[in-house]
Design a protein around this ligand. Structure first.
Ligand SMILES: Cc1cc2nc3c(=O)[nH]c(=O)nc-3n(C[C@H](O)[C@H](O)[C@H](O)COP(=O)(O)O)c2cc1C
Length: 589
């Protein structure tokens, strides 16, 4: 029972042995309170700042071409990535893979202030610490001069390090159940990078970042007309084995990588079926798992490289991060498949589309706002379109859901408690977006019974947005967001409330990271949508957990706020210089 979980770390005498209790203990222990932040070093140990770039010494590096925005493959229109079938499907080759990684995980700029320089990337990251590492598993491709194998993506070089060479026949066997042209994309986290700054709360941030990276990868794939699905039937041991994170010799005396997930990506055109031609049940299936026996064989092949050390010393090790990582390890293996996507049914939004904007331009210009002007308003139509894009439409088969929700093999577990500050046509106050309409009653019963749930005025009927309270919520939003003005000076901000204890007890402790992944994926959609609407967003990982819950009087641990987000008119920091992403790389013509 939740009440058995010690709420105060001073009172912790016995550590729970049940994995669900252990993740709940982690969550409770890493809350920020008004009078006490989650445990961290309390200062920045600059001498041991982690290297943001992992490399595998001894692994051959294959440089990817640095493509200009107007070089092939050119970017589709931004709105086209949300229209099924609107983006021409590209073949998998070195140029399209280069674009894929550019939009998913590459550097997007360098920032310079005085003597300091730091890189930004297509994927955002809490504290810009970038714990997420990306991997590619490739079969033999005609015309692609890359050996079949496992590659680690090196963002600073925009290159692929060959970690393992897989025999062509074996990797072909692994990928045989997938559509032609399929490859795998993997993510791991170096927990230490976040823990260096954020201490015990770091496991949460690493998983937000995984969610953002799933989002950048799904969107990058969409710009190339590719599909993507998370292979979440896999056990984490299999993911570890394929990505090589279990190879202790390759990580001797260095920071380990935690294997997070694998996804399959394939050129969409090869499996698309026309519903008029193919009866239900005869559709091609996409498995959400890999054959563990083949992965085991592949893991016995030739490996290259030893991971570099990221920090000279680690002042403090945060044992609870290792404990929650172990407790939330997915030991189960599910033999699950999803129907291949059906032919195009257009779900065109009734709201303003961003004519003339290219997806690539929006992806490259995405930044977190460091402050907001406290006056920019957005129109209700813009607000509703943003809200609409985070609706997963989980009543549809997975691969027929709107991008990027087609990557996500689950019904939504994250709902939004929204603080509307400056949306023309909407009264300021507190609103609630129920991302799965079936959950409305459960949500209402888990919160203050005195709240009135009126449909938000002017909101399209198919968006379950409710108006809870009228009033100026700017100060409240700032206060609960660790006193950060960005939560109140924007047009709106929100907390992502996750269905929490029930989901963990029903589905298992391995669901804990997935709740953060879903929240990061949602944030990524809005990072881009904010840019397209001429405003800007910022993720907010620092908030006071229970004071958020008290606003709507959440019962027990039924819901927990996992991530906050804010969108509005940005104020640039003019002291910073912006330099090109790859000015430091010289490629031969
Ligand atoms: C999970 C997460 C949590 C974040 N939390 C905060 C925050 O509490 N306050 C803030 O100002 N920025 C926050 N950010 C924004 C990051 O600082 C920003 O992503 C990082 O500096 C990289 O900059 P970029 O997003 O412009 O690429 C967060 C970002 C993420 C992904």
């Amino acid at each position: 029972m939740a009440t058995d979980i010690p709420l105060d770390r001073e009172a912790v005498e016995t550590v729970p042995t049940d994995s669900i209790d252990r993740v709940i203990r982690y969550h409770v222990q890493t809350k920020h309170h008004f009078n006490r932040y989650a445990r961290a070093l309390g200062y920045l140990d600059w001498a041991n700042q982690p290297d943001p770039f992992r490399r595998f010494e001894g692994a051959p590096l294959v440089s990817l071409p640095l493509l200009k925005p107007d070089e092939e493959p050119v970017s589709p229109a931004y709105h086209a990535i949300y229209q099924p079938g609107a983006v021409a499907c590209q073949p998998v080759n070195v140029r399209t893979l280069s674009r894929f990684f550019e939009f998913a995980l590459a550097l997007s700029a360098w920032k310079k202030a005085g003597e300091s320089e730091w890189a930004l990337r297509s994927n955002p990251s809490s504290g810009n610490l970038h714990p997420t590492e990306g991997y590619l598993v490739l079969a033999q491709f005609d015309g692609l001069n890359l050996k079949p194998g496992l590659y680690h993506y090196a963002p600073k070089e925009h290159g692929l390090e060959l970690r393992a060479e897989f025999p062509a026949e074996q990797i072909a066997r692994l990928l045989a159940p997938f559509p032609p042209g399929a490859f795998l994309f993997g993510l791991t986290s170096v927990h230490w990078r976040e823990a260096w700054k954020y201490g015990e709360r770091a496991f949460r941030y690493c998983n937000h970042d995984v969610g953002h990276a799933i989002g950048t990868a799904r969107i990058a794939a969409a710009t190339l007309g590719w599909n993507m699905a998370l292979l979440d039937g896999l056990s984490q041991n299999t993911t570890a084995m394929l990505l090589g994170t279990h190879r202790t010799d390759d990580f001797q005396d260095v920071e380990p990588e935690h294997p997070d997930c694998l996804a399959v990506i394939w050129p969409r055109g090869d499996v698309k079926r026309d519903t008029s031609d193919v009866k239900r049940g005869e559709l091609t299936e996409i498995p959400l798992f890999l054959d563990p026996a083949v992965v085991k064989e592949l893991a016995e092949c030739t490996w290259h490289g030893k991971a570099n050390r990221l920090s000279g010393e680690h002042g403090v090790e945060w044992d609870i991060i290792d404990d929650v990582a172990a407790a939330s390890w997915k030991a189960s293996y599910e033999h699950i498949s999803v129907a291949a996507p059906t032919s195009v049914t257009s779900h065109v939004s009734p709201f303003t589309f961003h004519e003339g904007l290219l997806a690539g331009q929006i992806i490259r210009q995405r930044r977190s706002a460091v402050s907001f002007d406290g006056k920019t308003t957005i129109s209700a139509a813009t607000f509703f379109r943003m809200i609409q894009l985070v609706m997963p439409r989980s009543d549809r088969p997975q691969l027929d859901r709107p991008m990027p929700w087609d990557v996500w093999p689950y019904e939504p577990a994250i709902h939004l408690l929204i603080f509307v500050h400056r949306v023309e046509g909407l009264k300021p106050g507190l609103y609630f977006l129920v991302r799965d309409p079936q959950k409305l009653t459960f949500i209402q019963q888990s919160m203050n019974p005195e709240l009135t749930w009126s449909p938000a005025p002017g909101c399209p009927e198919d968006i379950p947005l409710y108006w809870l309270l009228e009033g100026d919520a700017k100060k409240l939003a700032i206060q609960i967001s660790c006193h950060q003005d960005i939560a109140g000076d924007s047009a709106f901000s929100f907390g992502m409330l996750a269905e929490f204890e029930g989901v963990l007890r029903e589905r298992g402790a391995w669901w804990y990271p997935r709740l953060f992944w879903e929240s990061g994926l949602l944030g990524q959609v809005l990072y881009l949508e904010a840019e397209a609407a001429g405003v800007r967003a910022t993720g907010i990982g620092c908030f006071f957990d229970d004071p958020v819950h008290e606003i709507v009087v959440v019962k027990g641990l039924s819901f927990q706020s996992l991530y906050h987000f804010t969108i509005g008119g940005p104020v640039e920091d003019r002291r910073l210089m912006t330099l090109p992403a790859y000015g430091h790389v010289k490629r031969e013509a």
